[in-house]
Design a protein around this ligand. Structure first.
Ligand code: PEP
Ligand code: MG
Length: 754
């Protein structure tokens, strides 16, 4: 105990690196040929204690204080100071906890799980934190202190063994766990110690759980009558659903794993094996897929875990640091994979003759514990079982609609499977991204007016077929199709490259035909190149200058819709949306073109499809003149990506790469406004535009289709200001459904409180 006090006090209070103590401890164990700390005898411990004291003196410049009151005072101070350690700062940032709060200090009498026989210490969850199954789940060690369990020093025993070793204590523990769960109405993570046959509860807190477990626990607790449906809905964080929809390893895949460890946090991940925490943080931060491979992890490694796709450790049990942290973050983890021999220095591991070096691709499956060499095929997750039940409950509670942003038939089908009630944004320019279409689009942009019509004729059947498939996937639900909002710079050949090529062809006297084509292209690209492409010739401006593009698209939309009505008797609801409008006159101009074309097609087809014409609100002037714009729009959809860009005058292409990180670090902004809606500025504009718009047109439909439409805290705001629906990427649809239900529940709670 004294050895432990010196070490923990040295590390935690005096800030001495852990390795300084570990080296001494390991050296004595090695010299004596011992594996476990409990095998050390009194003389060994005396030697270690003397050496520890010396380390403390050398490293901190003071002797270990022998007065317990002074120890206590310094320990309390250390807890308060810990608020600003990098570890705590990162934790708060990840969990969106304000730095302005304070921490508390708990002081408890010590109990000794290492006092001798009949003494144990362990950690137990009231339900399985991986699967959510209702069972006592955890592990414990003989003759040990709590730290030893979480540190993964010895491999602990599963809690079910305690039932055999000390049945009455197991029963007592089980009863206490049930009581705690009933009281807190949530799964508990309980630390206990048995000192010479007497059970003590050291701590209880809400248990960290996987997304899968969170859903199961919430749904089962509601069914057990422990909590209400609304309480169950509040128990799952919307973001967790996103994790749950991660791909899983294809069950049909039967390749041999190279090793198997404990399935500590479910889901599968593929990436480069990286053995150094800082390196993992750096590579992961750059967007590379990384699997962090370590003997074990500690809280100092949190930045590396955060940036990795998954974690593999050779030591530790189901409640070791890596397991707990990965579950909390929703990252796959395989721990205690003892078969792999990690050489941290050489940055490699070996297992059964296979060597995996730094940068080699591996796949881990945190659901089974399997580790594979290379990439493994994955399958998409499905909304079934408890997740299906929970999501069905959200639909009963929420009043905010949820649609999806989808540009392909596959995305539309996925969106329906995830419960989207329509498409809120189909970006038609994204439909041009396919390799067989890009050259046609480039040709269109580069072509002179006379041959553009011809090129458009080539694009129309492709667009029409896409629309048909999307309408089919969304039959019975509205589909908002946005006419072309082409960021020219994304589709044009790069000016610098063209200049280089033309120069090369001129200098080398290359193929004269090729030179002519390139020169013509260069001339056109130079004409089209803009200083501020994001504020340039895009959106409805392009449509106004080249109405034949919007006419072609409107034709494709209505030909697709009328054919489906005639041939397949489907219910199609078309919403045509015009982008980047800043004045009512722009909309009036384009509305006429769209209306005339639509009517023409429907007349030719001899059938009508219900349709609306609306606009995106994504520049401040549109928001400011929303009442005028509403005269020509049957719906608004806020493009909060552009609206954030144009309100802040932050380029959405550059801000995040250039200065956003600095702004956030230095608290110049509290969060990235491209991720979380800026309520004070952008939100104020939206609120105003909603009010102005509805004043001018009572039945104006209003949606959101920027990235914020899938972000929970922004969704709460959209609910509060009476938006009709949000639209987000298909994978975020379940997140948005839950966030919308939670917004409604919170509103009810507020109203109840008056
Ligand atoms: C937006 O600006 O928020 C939007 C949805 O349009 P895009 O992202 O395509 O510009
Ligand atoms: Mg936009």
């Amino acid at each position: 105990c004294y050895r432990r006090l010196l070490q923990m006090f040295g590390e935690t209070v005096l800030g001495i690196p852990k390795e300084k103590f570990d080296e001494i401890f390991e050296e004595v164990k090695r010299r004596r040929g011992l594996k476990y700390d409990i095998e050390l005898n009194v003389d060994d411990l005396k030697e270690i204690v003397e050496k520890f004291k010396r380390v403390i003196r050398e490293e901190s410049g003071r002797d270990f204080p022998q007065d317990p009151w002074e120890q206590l005072k310094l320990a309390i101070e250390a807890v308060f100071k810990s608020w600003y350690t990098p570890r705590a700062v990162v934790y708060r940032k990840t969990n969106k906890i304000s730095d302005d709060l304070y921490t508390a200090v708990n002081i408890q009498a010590m109990v000794f799980g290492n006092i001798g026989k009949n003494s144990w210490t362990g950690v137990v969850f009231t339900r399985n934190p991986s699967t959510g199954e209702k069972e006592l789940y955890g592990e414990y060690l003989d003759q040990a202190q709590g730290e030893d369990v979480v540190a993964g020093i010895r491999t602990p025993k599963p809690i079910s063994k305690l039932k055999e070793e000390a049945p009455h204590l197991y029963e007592e523990l089980k009863n206490i766990c049930e009581l705690l769960e009933r009281h807190y109405k949530d799964i508990q993570d309980v630390e206990f110690t048995i000192e010479d046959g007497k059970l003590y509860i050291l701590q209880t807190r809400a248990g960290k759980r996987t997304a899968r477990a969170a859903v199961k626990i919430a749904v089962s607790m509601a069914k057990e009558g422990l909590i209400s449906i609304e309480e169950a809905l509040m128990m799952v964080q919307p973001e967790q659903l996103f994790q749950l929809l991660h791909p899983q390893i294809d069950p049909k895949f039967d390749a041999k794993p190279i090793a198997r460890g404990l399935p500590a946090s479910p889901g599968a991940a593929t990436g480069k094996a990286i053995f150094d925490v800082d390196e993992a943080a750096e590579l992961g931060g750059k967007g590379e897929a990384v699997i962090l491979v370590r003997p074990e992890t500690s809280p100092e490694d949190i930045h590396g875990v955060l940036a990795s796709r998954g974690v593999l450790t050779s030591r530790g049990g189901m409640t070791c640091h890596a397991a707990v942290v990965a579950r909390g973050m929703g990252k796959p983890a395989v721990v205690g994979c003892e078969a792999i021999r990690i050489d941290v220095e050489a940055k490699k591991f070996t297992v059964n003759g296979v060597e995996v070096k730094e940068g080699d691709i591996i796949t881990i499956d945190g659901t089974t514990g399997n580790v594979y060499l290379g990439e493994v095929p994955m399958v998409e997750a499905e909304v079934t079982g408890e997740l299906g039940e929970l999501l069905a409950w959200t639909d009963e509670v929420r009043t905010l609609g949820v649609r999806a942003n989808a540009d392909t038939p596959e995305a539309a089908a996925k969106a329906r499977a995830f419960g989207a009630q329509g498409i809120g944004l189909c970006r038609t320019e994204r439909m041009f991204n396919a390799p067989d279409r890009l050259p046609i689009v480039q040709q269109m942009i580069l072509s002179w007016k006379e041959d553009r019509k011809q090129i458009l004729e080539k694009l129309k059947p492709l667009q029409k077929e896409d629309f048909k498939q999307i309408f089919r996937a969304m039959a019975g639900y509205p589909v908002t199709i946005r006419l072309l909002d082409l960021p020219l710079h994304e589709f044009l050949p790069r000016l610098e490259e063209l200049v280089e090529e033309v120069t090369r062809l001129r200098l080398t006297g290359g193929n004269p035909e090729e030179l002519k084509v390139k020169e013509r292209m260069l001339k056109r690209v130079m004409e089209l190149t803009e200083h501020n492409p994001m504020m340039g010739h895009r959106g409805c401006r392009l449509g106004i200058r080249h109405p034949e593009i919007y006419q072609m698209q409107t034709r494709a939309i209505f030909e697709a819709a009328t054919e489906l009505v005639k041939e397949e008797d489907l219910k199609i609801y078309v919403e045509v949306m015009l982008p980047l409008v800043s004045s009512a006159s722009e909309l009036a101009y384009l509305r006429k073109i769209v209306e005339e074309t639509a009517e023409e097609v429907m007349k030719e087809a001899g059938v009508r499809v219900p349709y609306l014409i609306g606009t995106m609100i994504e520049v401040p002037r549109a928001a400011l003149t929303a009442d005028q714009i509403a005269q020509y729009a049957e719906f608004f959809s806020f493009g909060t990506n552009d609206l954030t860009q144009t309100t802040f005058a932050f380029s959405r292409d550059d801000a995040e790469a250039k200065f956003m990180a600095y702004y956030l670090e230095n608290k110049i902004l509290p969060y990235n406004p491209f991720e979380i809606l800026d309520r004070d500025g952008v939100g104020k504009l939206i609120k105003m535009a909603v009010e102005l718009g509805r004043k001018a047109r009572k039945d104006l439909k209003i949606g959101i289709c920027g990235e914020h439409g899938g972000e929970p805290s922004s969704i709460e705001f959209f609910h509060q200001i009476g938006i009709d629906y949000v639209s987000c990427s298909p994978y975020r649809v379940p997140v948005a459904r839950l966030a919308a239900a939670q917004a409604k529940i919170r509103e009810k709670q507020r109203n109840k409180q008056g």
